[in-house]
Ligand binder design. Structure first.
Ligand code: SF4
Length: 187
């Protein structure tokens, strides 16, 4: 159902086409070589949705986690969850990627990097993240206005429009929709 993406393209795709929630977790994973459970679920299912196959997903998480916890611990404690996300363990449910609604309603705790940055970041951290993404200062003020009015998905839509230079009339309802709309524009 999904077109496959290749592991070697993932850094580039993260920069051009991941929404801020996924970009943040991706960057933190690369920085800390670790993500807590909520992040592994949210980012892992998103990556499955963008078309990373199970073998590539295992390689991706292994490359980061093994730098922190070692290869053996990765295989013992973490590989299971990844196979589980792909429906290869446990009840063999084929889990679907989380919608914006579900992510915005989540309650990340200290040290968690999942959730929606428009909802869960402080104003200062959100401004810094938008600036790193390349959103200009005028668009940033428009985004912050939406955030103040608790219109988080509209804030994400404005970010998408600022970065792609085209309107997104349907609005952003799902991180994987952000990704596929972005890819459609860029290709
Ligand atoms: Fe992610 Fe949706 Fe929040 Fe955008 S609005 S950052 S896609 S959860």
């Amino acid at each position: 159902e999904y077109a496959e993406i290749s592991l070697k393209d993932i850094d580039q795709l993260a920069k051009t086409s991941f929404p801020l929630c996924m970009r943040h977790q991706f960057d933190k994973l690369k920085e800390d070589h670790h993500l807590k459970h909520g992040g592994r679920m949210q980012l892992g299912l998103f990556l499955k949705g963008v078309g990373l196959n199970l073998d590539d997903a295992l390689a991706f998480w292994r490359a980061e986690f093994s730098k922190k916890v070692g290869l053996e611990k990765f295989e013992k404690e973490y590989a299971y969850t990844i196979r589980h996300n792909y429906g290869k363990e446990g009840k063999r449910t084929d889990y679907t990627p989380y919608s914006c609604y579900k992510i915005i309603s989540s309650t990340p705790g200290a040290g968690d990097h999942h959730g929606c940055p428009y909802r869960h970041f402080s104003e200062e951290n959100l401004r810094a993240a938008l600036s790193r993404m390349g959103v200009n200062s005028r668009a940033t003020e428009d985004v912050m206005n939406k955030v103040r009015n608790r219109h988080y998905q509209l804030a994400c839509t404005l970010t998408f429009e600022a970065l792609h230079g085209v309107p997104c009339d349907a609005g952003i309802n799902h991180p994987n929709q952000y990704f596929s709309d972005s890819q459609k524009i860029l290709h």
